[in-house]
Ligand binder design. Structure first.
Ligand code: KIV
Ligand code: ZN
Length: 512
């Protein structure tokens, strides 16, 4: 039994929607960001970093939508240490229940000389002015010393003290390029705790990148050394190799409370669902052996292990899968199940759909149940997540007809609906997927290149749902992720392609 006071609390700062969205090839629209933000609230994070409002009008609108929508959580917006950035950040989050401006400037000599081309004096001055300016808008101001782990500790401490004196309430120490080693990073945190005047009055945060695969280890070492906020992203997504995986940090703190002596206010049962949602909407597929949320994280292959787990789960499982929201039951519904049972099962899985969404999801379930003998929880999740993805699409799939084989030219006829309007086109291609893409391009009048295409089975068996994740690009610079599910992989490919095109259209119409 552990008794904890607030001083044992670790605040969880989620940057999936900001740093996570900086992952190469990831682009979320406002509706998708909102879906993730709502799920992060259910997960119980303390802070949602909703975006970098000055970076684009689309991101500004997404941050604003989140700030207006979610309650009971701090909504942060990122801003460089410049007045226009801070003004825009504030404009985006001013309606939030608990707004936070997060401003940053680099402190390492490498960044000062080559990127900022600023003297140390100028950085000190800029940091102070930025925090004071942000403070004019809100009491909650976070200051980050970018590339802190490669900065001269004397100068770093001087900048942090200046930021605290200017009014910063959270001081964040990023390992921006994932260079630090756990012992070294812990030493830096201890040094900051002991040297920086006023540090005891503020939250001391860390933000670690995973270039050497050490982001989670560095974050936990920092917690042991006195950090009380950890920043990270769901599934560890983010710039380059990504950020610290929040689900790993959370479950390490939870499972090894004896070691860390810390608590969070996270509802761990929401972890799996959050991870799936982020993966679905970003198109970043989770590696099967990923800790906590990978498909194999709780799978036991060897006979000895299976035997052990059957006799006593804890022989080979240090976490109960139920703790992260993995349900035990497998077969749930079938062809004869009614709407009531369907809704109840979805509610047990944590989804509450409005009547229109429920109707659509139920229709998809019936179609699936006709094709597939056993409809599992994973199938249901895939159906619901597809409904979430399909919010206000311009085009939806009506039908496809494919002709393909080793002796014929692959040809696709695709019927799409735009509102009530029925549109159809046919095209040939190098293969059936290529033919589908060309036919969709003809209908929409938008020509795209397929940058990647992947398929995963949602469940096992020959009648399993296949989930296609693909990326398209209209110009080699902007990339859009699309997903589609079906028991037929060509239908799943068409849905995924149309899903990506809808995002492209949304972005063009919303100035992203
Ligand atoms: O990695 C980094 O340094 C950042 C800062 C903006 C916090 O993302
Ligand atoms: Zn970062």
């Amino acid at each position: 039994m552990f008794f904890m006071s607030d001083s044992n609390r670790v605040y969880i700062f989620d940057t999936t929607l900001r740093d996570g969205e900086q992952s190469p090839g990831v682009s979320l629209n406002a509706e998708e960001k909102l879906q993730i933000a709502r799920q992060l609230v259910r997960l119980g994070v303390d802070v949602i970093e909703a975006g970098f409002p000055v970076s684009s009008p689309g991101d500004f609108r997404a941050v604003q939508a989140i700030a207006r929508d979610v309650r009971g959580v701090t909504v942060a917006a990122l801003a460089r240490a410049e007045k226009p950035d801070i003004d825009t950040a504030w404009e985006a989050i001013r309606m939030a229940d608990q707004p936070r401006i997060h401003t940053f400037i680099a402190t390492s000599d490498i960044h000062l000389q080559h990127k900022l081309r600023m003297s140390r004096e100028k950085v000190l001055e800029t940091a102070e002015a930025a925090v004071k300016w942000a403070k004019g808008y809100t009491s909650d101001v976070e200051f980050s010393a970018e590339d802190a782990s490669r900065s001269d500790p004397d100068f770093l401490c001087q900048v942090l003290e200046t930021a605290i004196n200017a009014g910063a309430t959270v001081i964040n120490i990023p390992d921006t390029v994932g260079y630090a080693a756990p012992d070294e990073f812990a030493r830096l945190i201890r040094e900051i705790r002991s040297r920086v005047r006023g540090i005891e009055k503020v939250i001391l945060s860390v933000h670690c990148h995973d270039d050497l695969g050490l982001a989670v280890a560095n974050s936990l070492a920092a917690v042991m050394a006195g950090a009380n906020q950890v920043e990270g992203a769901i599934n560890g997504i983010g710039e380059r190799a990504g950020n610290a995986s929040l689900e790993e940090v959370i479950m390490a703190l939870h499972t090894r409370r004896d070691q860390f002596g810390k608590i969070t206010r996270i509802r761990t049962q929401e972890i799996y669902r959050t991870s799936r949602l982020v993966s679905n909407l970003t198109g970043m597929v989770i590696q099967p052996n990923k800790a906590v949320v990978g498909r194999n994280a709780f799978a036991h292959e060897s006979g000895i292990h299976q035997d052990g787990v059957l006799k006593e789960r804890t022989t080979y499982e240090i976490m109960n899968p139920v703790m992260v929201g993995l349900s035990h039951s497998n077969l749930v519904l079938g062809k004869h199940s009614g709407r009531h049972a369907f809704r109840e099962r979805l509610e047990e899985l944590g989804y509450s759909l409005n009547p229109a969404e429920l109707n659509k999801a139920f229709q998809s379930f019936k179609v699936l149940a006709d094709r597939k003998k056993e409809v599992t929880d994973h199938d249901l999740e895939a159906i619901v997540e597809e409904e979430i993805r399909m919010v206000n699409p311009v085009y939806t799939l009506d039908y496809i007809h494919i002709s393909s084989g080793s002796t014929v030219v692959p040809t696709a006829t695709v019927g799409l609906l735009r509102g009530e309007e029925k549109l159809q086109e046919a095209a040939c291609g190098n293969g059936p997927v290529d033919a589908i893409c060309r036919a969709v391009d003809k209908v929409t009048g938008i020509s795209c290149t397929l940058a990647s295409w992947e398929i995963q089975a949602v469940t096992s068996g020959t009648d399993a749902l296949g989930e296609v994740t693909l990326k398209i690009t209209p110009d080699g610079k902007r990339f859009y992720v699309g997903r589609g599910i079906s028991t037929d992989i060509l239908e799943a490919s068409t849905k995924a392609y149309v899903n990506a095109v809808n995002k492209l259209i949304w972005d063009s119409e919303n100035g992203k």
